[in-house]
Design a protein around this ligand. Structure first.
Ligand code: GLY
Ligand code: MN
Ligand code: MN
Length: 430
């Protein structure tokens, strides 16, 4: 494997924690993702469904996991189905998991080939009263396609209409939002790979480089360090492009005097990192750019300190809004009248800082976590304030990934990635 997998006991613990939350006589089913087609015989690179991965570590298509804590036979409490391999598949696609390898990776003893699923499921369905289905309930989800999970749910409802239904997703949202030490280590590795990419481009960027050339430097470093690549579609935005929040074309030449906003990070072992840095293309900030940069950095540092156990995500955002309002007043971007005329629905700061400050981060870049529930230790969040000023042709965002601690300020997993304006300048000129 390109990455170091987590231990079988990690996955086993996750399954145990999930099963503890299930109602009696219930059977939970988790499907892998499809391999998505492009056209002709082309496909997108496979990305495992993060829930299935979290519960068993299998990074392979056509995988199904059943959890049935009250199964009559202990061997049916955890059942895994994987794609049967054969010599033809081995030649064309390389080795797939054997049953023995699947057992070792996942800690699950009962492994069947996936073509045996309907027969085994029929037997187990007769023993249970309720199926737990896994629908995507992430607060940002907007899914247009029919997933393998959706097809399974429709099939199960059609063939087993007398069964009750339970929801897996809230259980997973809670479990996945609190990271085990092994997971934090994996995220730390992703952050460290991201750091290598950033340090490389500090030496590379100068007036005349193209945004896509910068993207390519990161890609090289990430892949050379055992990452599959970008954790999400990268934003490499010079000058006014930084004021397009989801700018991903990355096709402009960087000019002397521009700032370059880079929201780009590596994945490692299916765990994300999520970084934004903003640097001067020339290697030196103007006084005005530096003043705004310092304001963003101050808000980021103060916002980070607010991520302590018990905080509510919504209240955190209200507090950061106050910090940002004060920063924008100091910078002369807002005046007192702007603040007096604001309403709770239309805060004045939104003119220059229009996105959220933090999101959960982990197996998904915008990870699971029930945002109406209080923040807890070992949750991982981004902190990513920004100030966007189209009339001055630059935008600045700074983003780090932090782990909430039982006491004190969060641990910054990106503390080694240069962020102070003077350090950036000196590394670029070094
Ligand atoms: N890179 C996506 C985000 O910062 O949320
Ligand atoms: Mn980001
Ligand atoms: Mn982010």
């Amino acid at each position: 494997m390109r990455y170091q997998p987590l231990s079988a006991s990690f996955y086993s613990n996750n399954r145990k924690a999930f099963m503890k939350q299930m109602a009696p006589n219930s059977l939970a089913v988790f499907n892998s993702n499809d391999i998505y087609p492009v056209s002709a015989d082309s496909t997108l690179p496979f990305q495992q469904h993060r829930d299935l991965f979290y519960l068993c570590g299998v990074d392979q298509e056509e995988t199904i996991l059943l959890l049935f804590p009250d199964a009559v036979e202990p061997k049916h409490r955890e059942v895994l189905f994987v794609r049967e391999t054969n010599p033809h598949i081995a030649v064309w696609e390389g080795p797939k998991l054997s049953k023995a390898a699947a057992q070792k990776l996942t800690g699950i003893t009962t492994v069947y080939w996936v073509h045996e699923f309907e027969k085994v499921f029929f037997e187990l369905a007769a023993q249970c009263d309720c199926f737990y289905f896994n629908k995507n309930e992430h607060y940002r989800a907007s899914v247009q396609t029919e997933t393998r999970e959706d097809r399974f749910i429709a099939w199960a409802k059609k063939h087993y209409p007398a069964h009750g239904v339970g929801k897996s997703n809230p259980i997973l949202q809670r479990l996945r939002s609190i990271k085990a030490e092994e997971e934090i280590a994996q995220i730390q590795t992703a952050c460290t790979i991201t750091e290598k990419g950033f340090r490389r481009i500090l030496e590379f960027v100068q007036p005349g480089v193209w945004e896509y050339e910068v993207e390519a430097e990161y890609a090289h470093t990430f892949i050379a360090n055992r990452s599959k690549g970008f954790a999400y579609q990268p934003i490499i935005a010079s000058g006014n492009n930084a004021n397009i929040l989801h700018y991903v074309e990355n096709n402009t030449q960087c000019k002397d005097g521009d700032l370059l906003l880079m929201d780009i990070a590596a994945e490692y072992g299916n765990y994300s990192s999520d970084m934004t840095r903003t640097i001067p293309v020339s290697g030196r900030f103007t006084a005005r750019q530096k003043a705004v940069y310092q304001a963003v950095l101050d808000v980021k540092n103060k916002a980070t300190a607010l991520l302590v156990p018990g905080t509510l995500w919504k209240e955190f955002h209200l507090e950061v809004g106050k910090l940002m309002t004060s920063a924008l007043l100091d910078l002369g971007l807002l005046d007192k009248a702007d603040v007096q005329n604001q309403t709770p629905e239309t805060p004045a700061y939104k003119k220059y800082f229009m996105h959220g400050t933090s999101h959960h981060m982990g197996l998904d870049t915008h990870d699971y976590g029930l945002i109406l529930e209080p923040i807890q230790p070992n949750m991982v969040f981004t902190v990513e304030p920004g100030i966007y000023i189209p009339e001055e042709e630059f935008g600045i965002r700074l983003e780090d990934d932090v782990v909430v601690q039982a006491s004190g300020t969060p641990k910054n997993l990106m503390e080694n990635i240069p962020i102070e304006a003077e350090e950036i300048e000196s590394l670029m000129q070094g």
